[in-house]
Design a protein around this ligand. Structure first.
Ligand SMILES: [Zn+2]
Length: 277
């Protein structure tokens, strides 16, 4: 169920925008039953409203090979929330944006005023770790950063393989981050930062105020008992503080090792002197 459709007169329509991105109202398109085509497969489409109340477009006929077909209502809602978050951060958001050479279709392609591109992927259907890594590399080859989002209760194993955020489900209100953002203090080490609103998290990721930290970290996920183990998001100053603390502790360990070696050396020299005197 895509948010975009091609209109003969108005061009590309984006149902997440009040004027559909081209100065026409949803009611006009919805009522007029104007010919609409899928931007991916060119199949005929109709304008609809989802069970969750979201205006969108749907293929008239089953098109199993179309990359925009077969999306669930939950996927549609997550895409809509990600687009809203990118726009709230001051970036443009293109829904269902394709690479010119066809290597990727981004659920939401966020565009910075300076030209940087960041794909926000709502990944609710099953995917293998190899599959998500491959898709991430295809974005990287085009200098597009990417973050993958999932709102099901249990964190999926592939989430540790790529930049990702585990979100709360939408219960009609704003979503929050469920996991994989952490803050650091020398006293407490890394602790999970719970409840960050999705809009804040997306803003901070797009602006580089949250970065991926490769140190492995574990957090519990609700009552399921599952845990996520993998890189996580943190602020650069927390990563720097953790790095400085780690270096300080290593220096203390090195000094202690050197002191032991000196003491052992003195002990051996002392024993040798005793033996030959
Ligand atoms: Zn299609």
């Amino acid at each position: 169920m895509p948010f975009t459709a091609q209109h003969a007169e108005h061009g590309r329509l984006d149902a997440t925008q009040p004027d559909l991105g081209c100065g026409v109202s949803w009611e006009t398109i919805h009522r007029a039953r104007a010919p609409l085509h899928c931007p991916a497969c060119d199949g005929r489409m109709v304008a609809r409203v989802s069970v969750l109340g979201l205006p969108h477009f749907a293929h008239r006929r089953r098109t199993p090979d179309c990359p925009l077909a077969g999306e669930s209502a939950g996927h549609l809602l997550l895409k809509s929330d990600l687009a809203a978050a990118a726009r709230a951060a001051g970036w443009d958001a293109l829904l269902e944006a394709a690479a010119p050479h066809g290597a990727w279709w981004a659920d939401v392609l966020a565009l910075a005023p300076d030209g940087r591109r960041f794909a926000l992927e709502a990944q609710l259907s099953p995917i293998t770790e190899a599959g998500v890594r491959d898709r991430t590399q295809r974005y990287a080859a085009d200098e597009v950063q990417v973050c993958w989002f999932d709102d099901r209760e249990r964190p999926r194993p592939w989430m540790a393989a790529v930049p990702s955020l585990h979100l709360t489900e939408s219960a009609g209100g704003p979503r929050a981050v469920r996991g994989v953002v952490a803050r650091y203090t020398a006293d407490d080490g890394w602790t999970a930062a719970e409840g960050i609103p999705l809009h804040d998290a997306v803003t901070w990721i797009l602006e580089g105020r949250l970065v991926q930290h490769e140190e492995r970290y574990v957090y519990g996920a609700g009552d399921s008992g599952d845990a996520y183990r993998g890189p996580f998001w943190t602020a650069p100053h927390y990563a720097a503080a953790a790095g400085a603390e780690s270096a300080r502790r290593q220096a203390l360990r090195d000094a202690e090792t050197a002191r032991h070696q000196r003491e052992r050396g003195r002990g051996r020299r002392g024993r040798r002197r005793t033996k030959y005197c």
